[in-house]
Design a binder for this molecule. Structure first.
Ligand SMILES: Cc1ncc(C[n+]2csc(CCOP(=O)(O)OP(=O)(O)O)c2C)c(N)n1
Ligand SMILES: [Mg+2]
Length: 310
């Protein structure tokens, strides 16, 4: 992390980080729905620009989850980007299990002050900290678990949530998973464990976009009635619209209110893969391919630049 900015760009980044760093050790930054929608527009620009920059990465799921990540990092999480630490004691934690949607995560981490916004230009570059799938050994602030191999994040988060209980830490643990990821057996083992051991300081979310790498989830391997399944596994289940900021904020707040009542909480979040860029929506086609120059221009024309491009 740049503590002594040496260039103008770094000074700008540091100033931005300071501006958005909570004034106290752990603070929740409250923003209006409209402000969050504007941030989400910039996050979407960051996503398509990162992926275009190296001609690889996963724009579809990232765009679909941009509203969720914006709500989480700019409104919900009680976190302290300026004083990042691996153990995160006294702070809410987030684990991304579907690590391929790293562009959206890197954008909100940078924009909320974990590392310089200019570092987004190093996405997927050799020797950089922003690897295609997040890792921990590069020491990127905000990342506590390597992900990309689907199915593992819930188990890790349960461990962290149990550690919080043992330490008398009343903060919460959040996770995100893909719907295709639910085809991994480890998810259901973890689901059973969390409910059986009353891990009620855990709020998980599924990106229910109905798509996965090779097609529609319904065609590859149907998931059935997800609400009934998670309820049967002992979770307290909510359903929401992940691309409507006001609805999403209400659901995240409701999920938080339901935490601590004996059951882990699950948010089934409907999203549209590629949300915000018309030609990337309505199919799985943009799960993991990069826009060319012309497509980038077309995408950016649909996304207002609100915070300034990196
Ligand atoms: C264990 C494992 N198996 C397969 C893959 C390859 N893979 C990467 S993304 C993906 C699709 C996952 O679908 P979903 O979770 O719905 O993500 P979305 O396409 O909606 O972004 C697959 C199969 C992987 N990363 N890890
Ligand atoms: Mg999916």
């Amino acid at each position: 992390m740049l503590r002594c900015p040496a260039t103008f760009a770094a000074i700008k980044d540091q100033a931005y980080a300071n501006m958005h760093a909570p004034a106290t050790a752990v603070a929740t930054t409250m923003r209006t729905t409209e402000e969050l929608q504007r941030i989400a527009s910039q996050v979407r620009r960051d996503i398509v620009r990162q992926v275009h920059g190296v001609q690889s990465g996963h724009p579809g799921g990232s765009l679909g989850c941009a509203d969720f990540f914006t709500a989480l990092y700019f409104h919900v999480l009680r976190h302290d980007p300026a004083n990042w630490g691996m153990d995160g004691s006294g702070q809410d934690l987030f684990f991304l299990s579907n690590g391929h949607i790293s562009p959206v995560w890197y954008s909100v981490l940078a924009r909320s002050g974990y590392f310089p916004v200019s570092e987004l230009a190093t996405f997927r570059k050799i020797n950089g900290r922003l690897q295609g799938h997040p890792t921990t050994h590069e020491g990127l602030p905000g990342v506590r678990m390597a992900s990309g191999s689907l199915g593992q994040g819930l188990s890790v988060a349960i461990g962290a949530a149990l550690a919080k209980k043992l330490n008398g830490d009343d903060r919460l643990v959040y996770t995100l998973h893909g719907d295709g990821e639910l085809q991994e057996g480890q998810i259901w083992e973890a689901a059973m464990f969390a409910a059986g051991k009353r891990v009620d300081n855990l709020i998980s979310t599924i990106d229910v976009n109905g798509r996965q790498i090779d097609g529609d989830v319904e065609d590859v391997l149907p998931l059935g009635d997800l609400k009934a399944k998670w309820s049967a596994f002992g979770w307290d289940v909510l359903e929401t619209d992940g691309n409507d900021m006001a609805t999403l904020l209400g659901s995240l707040s409701e999920a938080k209110a339901r935490a601590g009542k004996g059951k882990p909480v699950m948010i089934l979040m409907r999203t549209e893969m590629g949300q915000g860029v018309d030609f990337m929506m309505n199919s799985h086609a943009w799960h993991g391919i990069a826009p060319n120059d012309e497509q980038l221009a077309k995408a950016l024309a649909q996304l207002e630049e609100t915070l300034g491009d990196y």
